[in-house]
Design a protein around this ligand. Sequence first.
Ligand SMILES: [Fe+2]
Length: 283
Amino acid sequence: MVNTTGLAATHMECRDLPESLAVMTELLLFEKLSEKPGEVTLKHPNTHWLLVLHGAGPDAPAKPMHNHWGVRVVSPQEVDRAYDYLVAHKAQYKLGAIGKPTWSHGSYSCYFVEPGTNGWEIECYEAFNRKQATAERFGAVKTAHWDQLLPEERFPGRGYVPQGFTHGTLVSTDLEVSKEFYTKVLNLDVHRFSDNVIYIKHPNTKTFVVCALRQNAPVFSPNFRNTLTVASKDAVQDAYREFTEAGKTLGVSELFELKETGISASFCFRDPGTNCWEISSAN
Ligand SMILES: [Fe+2]
């Protein structure tokens, strides 16, 4: 097993970096941490998970809505106001489809498409969390991911305040095989949500990845990946050695090159469901 220490970052492929960046910062409350050519790292101020945007140009493949990310607000009224605000600013931010808010999987949610074709969800679990017994299900991922609520002044004028960056999505071709891999190879928690969906999370945090059963899903470039951290450069090298020698047996379907700098190392690989992951010693 790789002794992963956290689910540190998720990566989104964009067509036009400034356009996607404007949506993330001005509509979803992400803040810029750093940037380099073709790449911007963002963080939501109330939660730990980093979002890395990769500019891949206008020919980057379109992403289906079942691959999406989500931020959370605290009241259903905020979801309605978010929908109104998105519709009113659709042309300004070059948004794609904006779905009317709906109830599903315990959440009242508004889904929309940002200019790079990636789907986003503004979710609310207020009703789900009213019952303690319900709220604690599935690793408590639907309870608050933050310690303190951000005040409206932090994101004024929109009628909603994203309180945290809560989840991403992946696909699986066999949920039992994926579950075995995530728990026994990557040291992650897996919670069964339904016949077709599992939730994946690192034991240390509530951030979760919804992994849904789908056949013939497209395979995307490593620009679409999730990053797991390990404690040291040595630990990255150990994991790489293990995947090189026994990866096929473990369920690694593709192993990319090991990248090393002076103090850190990282590599990418694909899991049994073809999703791309990164193991890194850098935070
Ligand atoms: Fe979602």
